[in-house]
Design a binder for this molecule. Structure first.
Ligand SMILES: Cc1ncc(COP(=O)(O)O)c(C=O)c1O
Length: 400
């Protein structure tokens, strides 16, 4: 049956969009925003963005770009300066050699993933997506009329292994979307395991998108790892999606990038050329400074996240019935709340609603990420608010 819907205005939404879910993470953000606007003392643990302001040197670079008249279209692949800066960063930090025809700037990491999926997937192609997944992955696959095939990872604490990948591959598998550090679990695939995963994919000639939006957000003993650092034979069918949003607290600037082989990049440029054209010229200038300027602000933001993480993990695990594994990266905790469910509150979605209704606290239900029974708590918020939020969660659990 067609998913096409008629509204009272007679507007006929396309099948593609009718089938699409509204982003649960953006909904959580908007709920918090509406409550704040209504004067409610909301604790927002739903945010998928840094609570820090963009570092001043980056803002200054944007101002200087505007003053210098860098306010026009840029090449679809981005300015030469930004392409060169990205290439240089990968050479310096990951010993990876990329050429200019293998790199493009995008309007956020999200567009890099979208370009990659839409330019590769044909109707009916299977795309492997490990659970829990970032909400937009299956929607992008559906948009390209591909078929998402989800990999269960709970048996290993939500960390994907090469064995899981191997047993999920079918003759129709074309692509896998990897995301480490993960949103929502915060878990990190250890580099040796990541390499084994890429070996399986190379053997089976399957493409991979590595969403490295949280690349820099890892906490010792975990270390920063990019799939770009693997040997070139393992990277032949790899597209890296990168972002400035989280590392440099630049979510509103909408700038990211894709790194892939020249043919894939050319196809992605076609998609972008007919959709957004280019990332904002001013944001691209800011991104050049982000990469080439001082990295001190990144280090101090990370130190702050690390401190919050320590406090949060301990506090969450003290709540009766709640269990939270140690996330090695990103800025999310992903506790299992099944042990807290009682009475009318039988699902994690109801648990999240209860928190919102009774304690004006926003968290994101795990169901939207393919993991019912879990909630995502963002610690991209001040320690004060985090402490208040955990107090409220505790109250709700005790009252249930
Ligand atoms: C896993 C993941 N990938 C990609 C993105 C996209 O980020 P942006 O488009 O702001 O670069 C996000 C943002 O929340 C994310 O969490």
């Amino acid at each position: 049956m067609s998913a096409t819907k008629f509204s009272s205005s007679g507007f006929q939404v396309s099948e593609n969009v009718a089938a699409m879910k509204v982003s649960s993470t953006l909904t959580a953000m908007q709920t918090a925003e509406a409550m704040r606007a209504a004067g409610v003392d909301v604790v927002d643990l739903g945010a998928g963005e840094p609570d820090f302001d963009t570092p001043q040197n980056i803002k200054d670079a944007a101002l200087a770009a505007m003053q210098a008249g860098k306010t026009k279209y840029t090449p679809t692949a981005g300015t030469r300066e930004l392409q060169k800066s990205i290439i240089e960063m990968y050479r310096r930090d990951f010993s990876a050699i990329y050429e200019r025809n293998q790199v493009m700037a995008t309007s956020g990491g999200k567009q890099a993933i979208f370009n990659a999926v839409v330019s590769l997937i044909n109707p009916g192609d299977e795309v492997l997506i490990p659970k829990p997944y970032w909400v937009s992955f299956p929607e992008m696959v559906a948009f390209a009329r591909g078929r998402s095939s989800f990999i269960e990872t709970e048996e290993n604490g939500f960390v994907l292994t090469a064995k899981m990948v191997r047993r999920s591959i079918t003759p129709k598998t074309k692509l896998i979307i990897l995301n480490s550090p993960s949103n929502p679990s915060g878990r990190v695939i250890p580099p040796a395991e990541f390499k084994e995963i890429m070996e399986v994919l190379a053997e089976k000639e399957i493409y991979a998108v590595s969403d490295e939006c949280y690349l820099r957000f890892v906490y010792p003993p975990a270390t920063v790892f990019s799939a770009a650092s693997l040997r070139p034979e393992l990277r032949k069918r790899l597209c890296i999606a990168g972002s400035f949003s989280k590392t440099y607290a630049m979510t509103g600037w909408r700038v990211g990038y894709a790194l892939a082989n020249a043919d894939w990049t050319k196809a992605m440029l076609k998609v972008q050329g007919h959709s957004t054209s280019n990332a904002t010229s001013i944001s691209q200038a800011a991104a050049v400074e982000a990469l080439n300027g001082s990295q001190e602000s990144v280090a101090s933001m990370l130190a702050e996240y690390a401190q919050r993480r320590e406090w949060l993990l301990k506090a969450l695990n003290e709540i009766p019935g709640l269990r939270c594994d140690r996330p090695e990266g990103a800025f999310y905790a992903f506790p299992d709340v099944r042990g807290c469910l009682k009475g009318n509150v039988r699902t994690s979605a109801q648990f999240a609603n209860e928190l919102l209704d009774k304690e004006q606290t926003v968290v994101t239900d795990g169901g939207g990420f393919g993991a019912d029974g879990f909630i995502r708590i963002s610690y991209a918020t001040s320690l004060d608010r985090l402490q208040e939020g955990v107090k409220r969660i505790k109250r709700v659990v005790e009252r249930m």
